[in-house]
Design a protein around this ligand. Structure first.
Ligand code: NDP
Length: 290
């Protein structure tokens, strides 16, 4: 009796990419500017390489230029900073993304601080995060994953204002509850009885990194669930030996919730679409193009 609606992030992301494609070509035709995104990848983590490849493909699909710097694992922090400084000064680059995590011998703070905030399309510069957190201030960019979560709720007409939202996880990537007038609680690894908190929620956003952690009894009937988690779990039936699951037990959630995002095909494609959108916003802003 699965009654929940599946929130099709892949389809919404496609729709947004189509909108971006149209804007990119309008911009190119009217002022001759093509938005550009530079991605810096350090080391050879397989998951990071996959994310970078997908971002590059997504750029191509909407007509955004993509530049890529692949640096070896044993690069120095200075070498990474040199690339950032080159992209900071390059007028054809409107967005700079440093793929995380960086190798452990590098200071992530130093590196993220070095990205010009006007090009911080990931929204991870402390000034952007600070402005996001402050009342009455606007960041230049909202980080892609939370932006994608909110956009999904909007496009599915889920009202947020006055609702109880619970975010599970408090990392930089997703831990900033939106300025959408929800009443927000944050659950983390030290929260006792997290399921009692999540059961109050009209909207649950799970960003933990624990496969299938959110079970049926964590969910209020009719709640809307956004599952950010991407967790590889062993799967002998798959040729690569694993499959990806979310932080929410999908089979159980679909029975009690009113709407659920699947993994894959939910938040993941939205994160990439928001990266493209932030790059377009940046190019429009610097060229005063409306
Ligand atoms: P982090 O490891 O940085 O943060 C995890 C958060 O979850 C922490 O705040 C931690 O609490 C909390 N947590 C861990 N265990 C528990 C628990 N048992 N109960 C309650 N809270 C817990 O992860 P990220 O935020 O970077 O990523 C989270 C997940 O989202 C991952 O699966 C990642 O792959 C995925 N992701 C997906 C993206 C997408 O586009 N779909 C983008 C980014 C991430 P504490 O602070 O106390 O340690």
């Amino acid at each position: 009796d699965s009654s929940a609606k599946v929130i099709d992030g892949k389809a919404v992301a496609k729709q947004i990419r189509d909108e971006i494609t149209a804007e990119v070509s309008r911009m190119r035709e009217s002022i001759g500017v093509i938005p550009g995104l530079a991605v810096i990848l350090v080391g050879d983590r397989k998951d990071s390489a996959t994310y970078v490849r997908n971002k590059k493909k997504a750029c191509e699909s909407v007509g955004i230029n993509s530049l890529e710097a692949n640096l070896p694992e044993d690069s120095t922090e200075e070498e990474v900073l040199n690339y950032i400084s080159g992209y900071n000064d390059d007028p054809s680059v409107h967005g700079i993304l440093v793929q995380l995590p960086l190798p452990s011998h590098m200071n992530e703070q130093n590196i993220l601080n070095a990205v010009r905030i006007e090009k911080d399309v990931d929204g991870f510069h402390p000034l952007n995060i600070g402005r996001l957190a402050m009342r009455g201030r606007d960041p230049l960019f909202v980080p892609c994953t939370p932006k994608g979560c909110i956009e999904l709720l909007h496009r599915y007409d889920v009202s947020i204002k006055g609702k109880r939202a619970v975010v599970i996880g408090r990392s930089n990537i997703v831990g900033m509850p939106a300025r959408e007038d929800a009443t927000v609680s944050v659950v983390h690894s030290r929260t006792s009885n997290p399921e009692e908190v999540t059961r109050q929620a009209d909207i649950i956003i799970a960003a933990v990194g624990q496969p299938n952690m959110v079970r049926e009894n964590w969910i209020k009937p009719g709640a809307v669930i956004i599952d950010v988690g991407i967790n590889p779990v062993e799967d002998p039936n798959s040729t690569r030996g694993y499959k990806l699951v979310g932080d929410v037990c999908y089979e159980e959630a679909i029975k009690v919730a009113s709407a659920v995002t699947p993994v894959p095909g939910g938040v993941g494609p939205m994160t990439i679409a928001m990266l493209l959108q932030n790059t377009l916003i940046s190019a429009k802003r610097v060229h005063n193009f409306e």
